[in-house]
Design a protein around this ligand. Sequence first.
Ligand code: UDP
Length: 325
Amino acid sequence: MKVLVTGGAGYIGSVVVEQLLKHGHAAVVFDNLSKGHAAAIAPEAVFVQGDLCDRELLTRVLAEQQIEAVIHMAASSLVGESVKQPHLYFENNLVAGVTLLGAMLETGVKKLVFSSTAAVYGAPETMPITEDAPLAPTNPYGESKLAFERLLRWYDEAYSLRYVSLRYFNAAGASERCGEDHAPETHLIPNVLRVAAGKDEYVNVFGENYPTPDGTCIRDYIHVIDLADAHVLALHVLDKRSEIYNLGYGSGYSVAEVVEMARQVTGNWISTEAAPRRAGDPPVLIASPDKIMRDLGWNPRHSELDQIIASAWRWHQAHPNGYEK
Ligand code: UDP
């Protein structure tokens, strides 16, 4: 299949492109490089630098490249930032998404895999989280993704635009070529590894009095390659129907456990500093991946936390300044 990947120069997008190519698909990356890196794009992919708000360009690329399906990953994705600047999230995640859908309808492209998020659930009490859990986002990031998911249903009904919405839990780890390089870095595992590498003195632990066994937040960390594989599988659903799937492993680790595991993996001491809770952080998020395993035979191969951290560590050691040469 020939697939347009929006956000294909980003952390997860670049690995999705790798996996698409590995499975014999062709990839066209559409990215404005506001967060992504040209060096992250697999050389076999076609790259178009452009903005999702540019409907004319989008329409032209979809038509000229004879795109059959879109994987839509371009988004703003920081919970804390979304609380402070919600307009960015509704503009980048909702308005831009609607523009993309308009271009798809205009060119007759009716297959979409959408990067959604566990943040659509807010702070549910029942774990693991299944797809039918109540939808109650606690921040504008989750709200913007949920709003887009909701309108997809109506595009399906009216225009037969089939979609698979993948609700990611915590993406982590690296492939051999592609890893996490954000500026500023906000995610736990790369921040912990910055300390292991001697770049930072300590890592903040945001909240130590959550209702969890050690008081720190628990997350379901999923290897970016397993996450990417799910996108490739999802393409095959689009001939038949629309679906929503959670993507995680069904088990979680606390912030303190991640730090301890990183000490073991890297062999380096990692200092921590207690810090206030971060706005919008739920205490525990663990996915039930049963539905995607059952329906699509998704078979994660990298679910061990030590493997996830080791892959990120290898990438960071090979790229001490990220994608910058
Ligand atoms: N976290 C932390 N210190 C950091 C970064 C993150 O304690 O430097 C915590 C954060 O509060 C959350 C968990 O680690 O409980 C995972 O955060 P991350 O930003 O990696 O992903 P999110 O859950 O926000 O998608």
